[in-house]
Design a binder for this molecule. Structure first.
Ligand code: ZN
Length: 153
């Protein structure tokens, strides 16, 4: 295992053991749930969106290390960001974890989220990593239907 991979593993385990922004928030404007039946991951995303900015966020759920770490890392990444920035982050993150191993998408401006790049080597884990992002997108879109990863990536 390379040193970089070890570092990534450490960050993922840290976020799995101590998920950030998992406490309920007092005021919220948007929320959504997501389910990944392939792995049994469940996630709830709650947002306070003010003036087009994610002013507060809570992401909590029950799931594997990857879905929990991805939820926690996402919550840190989107706090204080505009909805446009969040949308771009979604696209980049999705491209990072779903691009082919021999033609990986560039990892630009993803900061700490890039610790999850290795997920693309484990196809069964990709939906664990993207689950909170799909729930986030659904929350922002104002959809009341729970999202399921069965519908796509
Ligand atoms: Zn999972």
């Amino acid at each position: 295992m390379s040193q970089l991979t070890e570092l990534y593993q450490e960050v993922i385990l840290d976020h799995y053991r101590n998920p950030r922004n998992a406490k309920p928030i007092e005021k919220e404007t948007h929320s959504a749930e997501g389910h990944n039946p392939l792995c049994g991951d469940d996630v709830e995303v709650h947002l306070l969106i003010e003036d087009g900015v994610v002013a507060d966020v809570s992401v909590r759920g029950v799931g594997c290390a990857i879905s929990t770490a991805s939820s926690s890392l996402m919550s840190e990444a989107i706090r204080g960001k505009s909805l446009d920035e969040v949308e771009q982050m979604f696209e980049r993150f999705h491209a990072m974890v779903t691009s082919p191993i021999d033609a990986p998408a560039p990892i630009d401006g993803l900061g700490k989220l890039e610790v999850l790049a290795g997920v693309r080597n484990y196809p069964v884990r990709i939906k664990c990593a993207t689950l909170p992002w799909h729930a986030l997108k659904s929350a922002i879109a104002g959809s009341s239907e729970p999202v399921t990863t069965e519908a796509g990536e």
